[in-house]
Design a protein around this ligand. Structure first.
Ligand SMILES: Nc1nc2c(ncn2[C@@H]2O[C@H](COP(=O)(O)OP(=O)(O)OP(=O)(O)O)[C@@H](O)[C@H]2O)c(=O)[nH]1
Ligand SMILES: [Mg+2]
Length: 195
């Protein structure tokens, strides 16, 4: 995938700030700190387009980016950040749930998990909810650079079993770029409206 341009559009804290839903878009969801923002930077081959942090809860608003003038990539705030006050957690949930449920040209979601850890009940809830909404989604297991080749298979199996996935998650490392081409190959049909 050749990235000619990748530009920040807006950080939205409320639906009124969302850009008009004219371009097709894909959004990246997952628990705090699994590497959503890093995966986007890796896909777009821009080291610092999206802010990342070793402290969970970095991304708190819905961040829109426009790629090649043709589609949006959307970085969602992470869920399950235990240290956030309950009121803030509820606010995030409302914002993100509203976005996912009603965004017109949202073509699909990438649900990111950290390959080192079993999925949580929240991951399972989000996955079930996407299914109920009929939103296409794809599970990506990030941080594969942190797991030995031997352990990889077991971790993948656990994620696929816990989330009751029909197929194995896509392996990814935002650090090494592993899985980048494979992920684009899944995203482009969504964005180009191919079946
Ligand atoms: N080793 C390794 N570290 C990664 C990888 N992806 C992300 N990280 C690190 O994980 C931390 C969190 O990354 P972010 O991209 O900020 O995670 P996020 O999911 O956007 O987090 P929130 O915005 O807080 O929800 C950072 O320290 C990243 O450098 C990866 O593939 N491998
Ligand atoms: Mg982030």
């Amino acid at each position: 995938m050749k990235i000619v341009s990748a530009e920040f559009v807006i950080s939205a804290a409320a639906p009124a700030q969302f850009p008009p839903s004219v371009l097709p878009e894909v959004a990246f969801a997952g628990k705090s700190n699994v590497g959503k923002s890093s995966v986007i930077n890796c896909l777009l081959q821009r080291k610092k387009l999206v802010k990342t942090s070793s402290t969970p809860g970095k991304t708190q608003m819905i961040n829109f980016f426009v790629i090649n003038g043709a589609f949006h990539v959307v970085d969602l705030p992470g869920y399950g950040f235990a240290k956030a006050p309950k009121s803030i957690q509820a606010g995030w949930a409302r914002l993100v749930e509203g976005y996912i449920a009603s965004r017109d040209r949202l073509k699909g979601l990438v649900l990111i998990v950290d390959i080192r850890h079993p999925p949580t009940a929240l991951d399972a809830q989000v996955k079930d909810w996407l299914g109920q909404l009929g939103r296409p989604f794809l599970v990506v297991a990030n941080k594969v650079d942190q797991v030995s080749t031997n352990a990889l298979r077991g971790h993948l199996r656990q994620i696929a079993d816990d989330l009751e996935l029909p197929e194995s998650p896509l392996l990814f490392s935002a650090k090494t770029g592993a899985g980048r081409d494979e992920l684009w190959a899944k995203l482009l049909p969504w964005l180009e409206g191919r079946p």
